[in-house]
Design a protein around this ligand. Structure first.
Ligand SMILES: Nc1nc2c(ncn2[C@@H]2O[C@H](COP(=O)(O)OP(=O)(O)OP(=O)(O)O)[C@@H](O)[C@H]2O)c(=O)[nH]1
Ligand SMILES: [Mg+2]
Length: 197
């Protein structure tokens, strides 16, 4: 039998957090800056080239996309943050809704925070962590686009991030990843499967 994640199917999109599904028991949330590779990572771990739409234009994913792994169990692809096209009031409203989703949604069983390995833990990533950490749930830090660095440089970035994660009080995982080269997929799948099992 193949990995359960490879059976993922696009289920639906919502534009507002008020429309969250009621028939959900588990949600793994994928968050990160715009263009960090969230959609590409979802494609890599599900082994499907076109499940989530990836794009060179930042801010492409405007909706919250739900991919079902099995009935009631979802991978949730959030729109990327840090893309400054929306008006300030719209962004503020969105941030408030995102915060209440991340803090109160019982179904969330883990957060995958996707970062470009060359620019990890930026201001908006830290803001997101400040919101999510109090929920006490596990976090997987994914250093994506590792193919853009040499092995040595990637290792240095991993060490740097790892030292900063010592301060985090919840269960943490750190993985060097490349969506384009499917690097790190085995360990990432293992962690997520453990969360949703
Ligand atoms: N070299 C390299 N490029 C990558 C990798 N992952 C994603 N990309 C590229 O980065 C760009 C953005 O990828 P997406 O997956 O669309 O990023 P996203 O975070 O979903 O973006 P938004 O939905 O706009 O927030 C695309 O051009 C991808 O091909 C990777 O591991 N290595
Ligand atoms: Mg996307």
């Amino acid at each position: 039998m193949g990995d359960p994640l490879t059976f993922s199917k696009f289920d639906f999109s919502i534009a507002e957090f008020e429309k969250l599904p009621v028939n959900s028991s588990k949600e793994v949330v994928f968050a990160g800056r715009s263009n960090s590779g969230k959609s590409s990572v979802i494609n890599a771990i599900t082994g499907q080239k076109r499940l989530a739409r990836s794009s060179k234009t930042p801010g492409r994913t405007q909706l919250i996309n739900f991919y079902s792994v099995r009935p009631g169990c979802f991978l949730v692809d959030l729109p990327g943050y840090g893309y400054a096209r929306a008006p300030k009031t719209v962004k503020q409203n969105w941030q408030n809704l995102l915060a209440s989703y991340l803090q109160r949604r019982m179904q969330i069983c883990g957060l995958v925070l996707i970062m470009d390995i060359r620019h990890p833990l930026e201001k908006l990533d830290i803001m997101l962590l400040d919101i999510f950490v109090p929920a006490g749930k596990p976090i997987l830090f994914l250093l994506n686009k590792a193919d853009k660095l040499s092995k040595q440089q990637a290792l240095e970035q991993e060490r740097l991030v790892s030292s900063r994660l010592e301060l985090i009080t919840v269960e943490c995982y750190l993985e060097v990843f490349s969506a384009t080269q499917a690097m790190g997929t085995t360990s990432v799948r293992k962690i997520i499967n453990n969360w949703i099992s």
